[in-house]
Ligand binder design. Structure first.
Ligand code: CAA
Ligand code: FAD
Length: 380
């Protein structure tokens, strides 16, 4: 067993760290306050190869492994979790889904531009009445011979208005339940495709979340991903990798808050000494450090499983469950260590605390991760 990162891994980690400090830190408070999408920053992330990290270079990607992706996600998320959710959706749901299951034509037409960040993508599974219970899809894709007619509503779609390409999960053969579901590629501007108003959110406020409405949208048959009825498997297999991305986002949020709290505790004095010398504060730092290290190991193990052809459904779910709890616990304590300063925007930790919460909700709530994990261990 080797816990040492390779030279290449360390280079990617440093490049992401430098980029986050140089390009994301500035303006992050204003983007959060005014819900501004980090458009310029995402463009630069594309130019640096962060938007299609695991995509084969022949489709414009960086051809890197999942470990590299985890390292980069952690660094970007330490500074700006809104930018990192855009990165995560584009990399692990949209690009990976198309690379793994798309046709050659779909890869040439869409993946090549998604992987370079020229355009970004969205992954559309959730509906008003189908969130955790994802097999209950109501959006319909009626087979009309050479095309599908899509009707319905998707909720909570990240990159909802900024994406150009949308992977939409819809029911074609309701009698077959989840085995009748398809995954279709929709493009912005297709007649009948409407984008609802932007959601006003607690955290990741720079990211762009919308409902989408489909009213008789004509989608060519060649835009179906995989065989007829493969859509639910597509969503589950894709989400298994997506959960590694969100686990790494949670890890980054926790690590960012911890680094700020550690620094602050060495500078702030109370009762004649730096507050880190009070054992109550020192023990909080110890707990944060241990939990973050454990979360990092779970994230890297899940990535290693994926890179080595092992099953990563369970290791990814474990990483997401634990890292998101760590993000919540750590950010709350980071605010506490900052005292009153923790409660105001300029010290960043209040934002990280608000951003942390979503990691326990999207790409499968913590309860759903426990369903996935418990089913697997009971079946053993
Ligand atoms: N890989 C392949 N197939 C899988 C799978 C996996 N990881 N997990 C489940 N399946 C298959 C099952 O094998 C089954 O197919 P068969 O009948 O052919 O065997 C089918 O999917 C249905 O599975 P279950 O019987 O287990 O279905 P269920 O309804 O009991 O539970 C669930 C499924 C795991 C709870 C699932 O509905 C789920 O993951 N829900 C959470 C939804 C979610 O994560 N949404 C995220 C939206 S995207 C997002 O959030 C992005 C963002 O914010 C940034
Ligand atoms: P529900 O499913 O209604 O769950 C409500 C509560 O009940 C939760 O605590 C849940 O854990 C619990 N619960 C439900 N079923 C069970 C059970 N069987 N056992 C125990 N507890 C259970 N979706 C997309 O498709 N694409 C996106 O890009 C996307 N981005 C998002 C961005 C944001 C900011 C948000 C808030 C959501 C996003 N989502 C996206 C949707 C997200 O994946 C769902 O919100 C999530 O899966 C939960 O679904 P729900 O909101 O319908 O909650």
């Amino acid at each position: 067993m080797d816990f040492k990162l390779t030279e290449e891994h360390l280079m990617i980690q440093q490049a992401a760290r430098d980029f986050a400090q140089a390009e994301l830190l500035q303006g992050v408070i204003e983007r959060d306050e005014k819900q501004i999408f980090p458009a310029e920053q995402i463009k630069k992330m594309g130019e640096l190869g962060f938007m299609g990290m695991m995509v084969d270079p022949k489709y414009g990607g960086s051809g890197l492994d999942t470990v590299s992706y985890v390292l980069a996600m952690e660094e970007i998320s330490k500074i700006d979790a809104s930018a990192s959710v855009v990165m995560s959706v584009n990399n692990s749901l949209v690009c990976w889904g198309l690379q793994a299951f798309g046709s050659e034509e779909q890869k040439q037409k869409y993946l090549t531009r998604l992987a370079t960040g020229e355009i970004i993508g969205a992954f559309c599974l959730s509906e008003p009445e189908a969130g955790s219970d994802a097999t209950s899809q109501k959006t319909s894709a009626i087979d009309m011979g050479d095309h599908y007619l899509v009707n319905g509503t998707k909720n909570w779609i990240t990159n909802g208005s900024t994406a150009d390409v949308y992977l939409v999960i819809a029911q074609t053969h309701a009698d077959k339940k989840h085995k009748g579901i398809n995954a279709l590629i929709l493009e912005k501007g297709m007649p009948g495709f409407e984008i609802g108003p932007k959601e006003q959110k607690l955290g990741i406020r720079g990211s762009d979340t919308h409902s989408l409405m489909f009213n008789d949208v004509k989608v060519p048959k060649e835009n179906r991903i995989g065989e007829d009825g493969f859509g639910f498997k597509f969503a589950m297999k894709t989400l298994a990798g997506g959960r590694i991305g969100i686990a790494s986002q949670a890890l980054g949020i926790a690590a960012g808050a911890y680094e700020l709290a550690l620094k602050y505790s060495k500078e702030r004095k109370a009762f004649g000494t730096e507050i880190c010398n009070h054992q109550a504060i020192a023990f909080k730092l110890a707990d944060m450090h241990v939990a973050i290290e454990a979360a990092r190991h779970l994230c890297l193990k899940a990535a290693w499983d994926k890179d080595n052809g092992n099953n990563y459904d369970i290791s990814g779910a474990m990483a997401k469950l634990f890292a998101s709890q760590t993000a919540m616990d750590t950010t709350i304590e980071a605010v506490q260590i900052h005292g009153g300063n923790g409660y105001v925007k300029e010290y960043h930790v209040e934002r990280l605390m608000r951003d942390a919460k979503i990691t326990q909700i999207y790409e499968g709530t913590s309860e759903i991760q426990k369903i996935v994990i418990s089913r697997a261990i009971i079946a053993q």
